[in-house]
Design a protein around this ligand. Structure first.
Ligand code: CU
Length: 704
């Protein structure tokens, strides 16, 4: 039973939804930005007393004990009590309210995390079982420091445990900046819990979409999904959307290590909150080496995000509609507030003399962020899951979807506390759509002594930032060979035939098809599988197995765009200059930086290389979520012939959600499996911008 979004007489109304069935059968959802939407009346996030975050010990399994790897039947009460117990491993200041919860279902393997938020000061208590270490996985090491490119055909068998999450995707009411609004949360909680595991573990997520009025999917950003391209998440690319009332299972291996995140990958839904950290612990990480200057004592996760007071479907509709007449660039919706750990005024407990690893993730929709710790330098040791030689900086620029792990050394004495400031890059914030009172900064604190006052926020001055100077720990040289396939992309914005704001990669705007691209690739006859035409208007590029691919991306837009490649990290081997804050890269570095999300600056260019060693469907797109919605996306159909030969087992839940929505799992982009070159039934135009509301299953009534 789900609950109707609109209160009647102040009481939320239950509505039935169907376990299966086509979207047209669903009750037409109501829609409105200012309305309280929650899956249950009781799931309003409770206020918590002030306090500080307790750090986690590094280099241990920070998730579940091997004694209970997949206890799917863990009850709420038991998980809460275990949370309380496990908190004892954290610092004494973490007296946060584990009893203030009222969610009805638990997340079995993340039960050691409890979060609470209030409008002003937010306390996140993250504790972990440090006793459950890597005993079960002593030989499973597929550390990225030694094997950055695990072979497709020679992937090691994981030795780790299965880490199971039971997640109901639900509406949750919260007010991270004082403004209460609905968020897409998990098990009645928002912020969403982290996914955590060790290298070699298997993550299994039993998901139920209980939103009632939106589809959903999950993408695990930065994971290559080697051999499991069907678990990558983008709707109508690697899977069908998961309709309300349906269940779904994601299961994949953790081959990589480091700092990642997960987020919804349908209809801009993660803007509304379905996003969280994904941390893969590596017992062999560089910062675990004893007697080195960067040996870490404890670690934190620090997320950056931009908060909108209005819900994404409404904003997407406006952004794409002909009513949005800002033709200079589209007037992307501008956030209201800046958040750290989905909150404001978060406190991180610091102990003098200790060394901390901060895993920094920008989970936002639009805003790149400058981040600075007052009087504490940051030593970068990982970028997008790739270990780097340590590089010390006083400020970071973190674009949407990028991650950094940095080492921060605590000061020798607890004489005072210090501010952390994150600040939006406002270059893309159109003045005509910037909300009044938009606050571009968020403050958090390094707290050495809770009895001492918190400092005033400081003003941050953006500095030149050049991530392409980072050197990977493994010193992988330039990917090169006799036959480099060069793919040139240009990025532009414009208006399509319907008057809709669209992004164009090499003059093509991405148009979702009638058959998910992966199913087209899996069912195409050998004569056609390598033919881009059968995939329709998804901006397809078919890659041959193990080919070296170079992308030359020229940005004709005046703004910066963070481009993300699914299924790989790539070397950044060239970068044009783009304004005073963005130095160019004149010569290819000896050991090019690798990452999975790179900024191409306004009026500038970037050149990247990777090896097409991961058969599957891998999107390449701007990660500004508004631009995903506007079609600034290309599709790499990577070695589909090898993919077919491999015969991946497509789990039943994939088939079920497609069937529930009446989406075909075979044929070309238009669903034709008899004449593969007949694309007459394929989609050639974006969805009608007058009817499109992102992940919503039906448009709202016209009065909205
Ligand atoms: Cu963009």
């Amino acid at each position: 039973m789900a609950f109707q979004a609109v209160p009647v007489g102040g009481v939320l109304q239950p509505i039935p939804f169907f376990a299966t069935g086509r979207l047209s059968k669903f009750q037409r959802p109501t829609f409105g930005n200012q309305r309280l939407i929650t899956s249950r009346q009781q799931t309003v996030v409770a206020l918590a007393p002030p306090g500080t975050i307790a750090p986690q010990p590094p280099a241990t399994c920070s998730l579940v004990g091997s004694s209970q790897p997949s206890s799917s039947s863990t009850s709420t009460s038991s998980s809460r009590s275990s949370s309380t117990t496990l908190s004892s491993t954290a610092s004494s200041s973490t007296s946060s309210s584990s009893s203030s919860r009222s969610s009805s279902s638990s997340t079995s393997s993340s039960s050691s995390t409890s979060r609470s938020s209030s409008s002003s000061t937010t306390v996140v208590t993250t504790s972990s079982s440090s006793s459950s270490t890597s005993s079960s996985r002593s030989t499973s090491s597929s550390s990225t420091s030694s094997a950055p490119y695990p072979s497709y055909t020679n992937t090691p068998i994981p030795k780790g445990k299965i880490v199971t999450y039971n997640w109901n995707i639900t509406w949750v009411s919260a007010s991270p900046d004082g403004f209460r609004r609905p968020f897409v949360g998990i098990n009645g909680q928002w912020p969403c819990p982290p996914i955590k595991g060790n290298v070699g573990d298997i993550i299994k997520i039993n998901l139920v979409n209980m939103l009632g009025n939106q589809t959903t999917t999950l993408h695990f950003h930065g994971l290559f999904q080697q051999n499991t391209t069907y678990e990558d998440g983008p709707a109508m690319v690697n899977q069908c959307p998961i309709p309300p009332g349906s269940s779904f299972v994601y299961q994949f291996n953790l081959w990589q290590a480091g700092t990642y995140w997960y987020h919804a990958h349908v209809g801009g839904q993660y803007i509304d909150g379905l996003r969280g950290p994904l941390i893969i612990n590596d017992p062999k990480a560089p910062w675990t080496i004893p007697n080195t200057p960067y040996k870490v004592d404890q670690e934190y996760t620090l997320t950056l995000s931009d908060l909108y007071h209005k819900q994404a479907p409404y904003l997407i509709h406006y952004y794409l509609s002909a009513n949005n007449t800002d033709t200079t660039g589209g007037a992307e919706p501008v956030p209201n507030s800046n958040l750290i750990n989905e909150a404001q005024n978060v406190q991180f407990a610091m102990t003098p003399g200790k060394t901390y690893l901060f895993r920094i993730i920008n989970m936002g929709a639009l805003a790149g962020q400058y981040l600075q710790f007052d009087q504490h330098d940051m030593q970068i040791v990982e970028v997008d899951g790739v270990y780097t030689l340590p590089q010390t900086v006083s400020q970071l620029f973190v674009a949407v979807a990028q991650r950094y792990a940095v080492i921060v050394k605590a000061r020798p004495a607890a004489t005072q506390n210090f501010a952390i400031v994150s600040q939006f890059n406002v270059d893309m914030f159109g003045s005509s759509v910037t909300p009044p009172n938009m606050n571009p900064t968020c403050t958090a604190y390094l707290v050495y002594d809770g009895s001492k006052p918190l400092p005033a926020p400081f003003t941050l001055t953006p500095q030149v930032w050049d991530d392409s100077r980072l050197v990977p720990w493994d010193k992988h040289t330039l990917i090169d060979g006799p036959n480099v396939r060069t793919i040139a992309f240009t990025a532009d914005f414009g208006v399509d035939n319907a008057g809709s704001t669209r992004g164009f990669l090499s003059s093509f705007t991405y148009v979702s098809q009638k058959v998910p691209t992966m199913f087209t690739a899996l069912t195409a006859p050998p004569d056609y599988v390598m033919n881009p035409a059968i995939y329709g208007h998804v901006n397809p590029r078919v890659l041959t197995f193990n080919s070296i691919v170079e992308i030359d991306l020229n940005n004709h837009d005046t703004r910066a765009h963070p481009f993300h490649l699914h299924g790989h990290n790539f070397q950044v081997i060239n970068r044009g200059e783009g304004g005073t804050l963005w130095p160019g890269l004149d010569t290819t570095p000896q050991y090019p930086m690798r990452r999975d999300t790179v900024v191409v600056y306004g009026g500038s260019s970037v050149t990247i290389r990777f090896v097409a060693d991961n058969p599957g469907i891998n999107l390449f797109h701007c990660h500004t979520e508004w631009h995903v919605e506007s079609g600034l996306t290309a599709t790499f159909i990577e070695a589909p012939d090898v993919l077919q030969a491999y015969k991946p087992y497509i789990p039943n839940s994939h088939k079920n959600v497609c069937d529930a929505l009446g989406i075909s799992r075979k044929g070309n982009a238009g669903g034709n499996s008899k004449n593969w070159l007949d694309l007459s039934n394929a989609n050639t135009e974006p969805e009608d911008p007058n009817l499109y509301y992102g992940a919503m299953t039906a448009p709202p009534p016209p009065d909205n």
